[in-house]
Design a protein around this ligand. Structure first.
Ligand SMILES: C[S@@+](CC[C@H](N)C(=O)[O-])C[C@H]1O[C@@H](n2cnc3c(N)ncnc32)[C@H](O)[C@@H]1O
Ligand code: SF4
Ligand code: SF4
Length: 377
């Protein structure tokens, strides 16, 4: 699919950057799944606590030791940031001491935490402490208006707390992302909810992610989107992106983005988010799971774990494993074989491929948006 001759050099230079990452795999991002415990029990949770042995969680000393080991042994000259997620990171009572210890290293001072917002709303003073230990970004999940969000999150009052936490975090100067998981029970309110977020919260990013067919959402038709619903969400984001992107250089403007849901083709990439998508799992992104297993990103099936920091040297695993992520040829089968977008996409996001066994390619949906008469979904 092409968007015009003028953009080909842009996509070619993008492709070369990805090929460099595949070849050189510099460590730039660490995703740390701090815990699988949680203070909520969301109906759609893709990483639920019941699927794992919670007693295996890394101790304070083990996780501090792992970050110290990385700081001492890796080339950190290209390192960018740490994403902390879970479970709910704030149920770890040692989260602040761990961050304080990590913040001794200068390159561990650009940290994002993804949270349901309950702890921040109950303990607003934590926002000052987080800033002191290198946290710069907060991702807060809000999945629609109050009754929709509270029903999904399994507890009344959680919407009010998530909204309150987001407002406090914006006021305190964090780069705030409001994350909306689009599922079949909330997309009818997406457009109105987006207006509410931009008017009443004013985060830096409004991020939409399609619900993944995993964890508690697995096989659940109550949540999973049809191709037509996926298309509607992409169309909405495209129109909002094109309407608002001239304001994005203003740091108080809200940017819309579609999360890691897959390559959209050269017609749409750069028109639904302020970047071009390629899965970075295992290329420049290392995942540290709650129990010390070394992954490529926290959402990838545990069958694709590459090592264990309790027994292995992290740098040795990073340098000598992860081949499945850096060598794409084994993914060049099924719909990807002969696909003209292969050089930009390499078979889609690895979390979808490793859970579903196929890329769940979005191109047929996109083609229908561009030439509705050409494809039927
Ligand atoms: C697993 S949660 C962990 C962090 C925190 N507890 C929270 O809810 O924000 C990370 C993000 O994944 C989203 N999420 C949960 N289940 C999902 C699923 N099945 N598909 C896609 N995203 C999902 C959450 O809404 C949240 O934005
Ligand atoms: S989505 Fe987040 S808040 Fe909800 S159960 Fe999963 S980890 Fe907990
Ligand atoms: S068919 Fe495969 S390589 Fe082509 S766009 Fe879809 S997922 Fe990517």
């Amino acid at each position: 699919m092409s968007r015009g001759e003028d953009l080909i050099p842009l996509f070619d230079s993008w492709r070369m950057r990805i090929e460099n990452l595949m070849r050189e795999h510099p460590l730039q991002i660490i995703s740390w799944e701090a815990t699988r415990r949680c203070n909520l029990h969301c109906l759609h949770c893709g990483t639920p606590s019941e699927e794992v042995d919670l007693a295996e969680e890394l101790t304070t000393e083990e996780i501090i030791g792992a970050f110290d080991q990385i700081a001492r042994e890796f080339d950190m000259s290209k390192f960018r940031h740490i994403n902390i997620t879970g479970g709910e990171p704030f149920v770890r009572s040692d989260l602040l001491p761990v961050l304080r210890s990590m913040s001794r290293w200068p390159f561990y001072r650009n940290i994002d935490i993804q949270t349901n917002g309950v702890f921040i709303s109950n303990n607003p003073d934590v926002l000052g402490e987080l800033r002191d230990v290198g946290v710069t970004g907060l991702g807060i999940s809000i999945d629609g208006f109050e009754s929709t969000h509270d029903a999904l999150r399994g507890r009344p009052g959680t919407w009010t707390k998530a909204v309150n936490a987001s407002r406090l975090a914006v006021k305190a100067g964090y780069v705030v992302t409001v994350s909306f998981v689009a599922h079949s029970g909330n997309i009818h309110e997406l457009s109105e909810f987006y207006r509410f977020v931009t008017d009443e919260i004013q985060p830096r990013v409004f991020r939409v992610v399609f619900v993944d067919d995993q964890g508690r959402a697995q096989g659940n038709a109550e949540f999973l989107l049809t191709p037509a619903q996926v298309r509607d969400v992409i169309e909405f984001l495209k129109s909002e992106y094109e309407r608002t992107c001239p304001t994005y250089s203003n740091p108080s403007a809200t940017m819309v983005e579609l999360g890691c849901s897959g390559w959209l083709g050269t017609e749409l990439e750069g028109r639904v988010r302020p970047f071009i998508f390629h899965c970075i799992a295992g290329l420049n992104n290392l995942g540290i799971l709650y129990d010390g297993k070394l992954a490529s990103c926290n959402n990838i099936s545990r069958e694709f774990i590459q090592g264990d920091l309790r027994h292995d040297n992290i740098k040795d695993i990073w340098q000598n494993h992860y081949r499945l992520f850096r060598e794409a040829h084994w993914r060049n089968t099924g719909p990807c074989r002969g696909c003209e977008d292969w050089p930009y996409c390499h078979g889609g996001p690895m979390h979808i491929r490793t859970h579903m066994g196929s890329p769940q390619c979005l191109i047929p949906v996109v083609e229908q948006m561009i030439s509705p008469e050409r494809t039927t979904i």
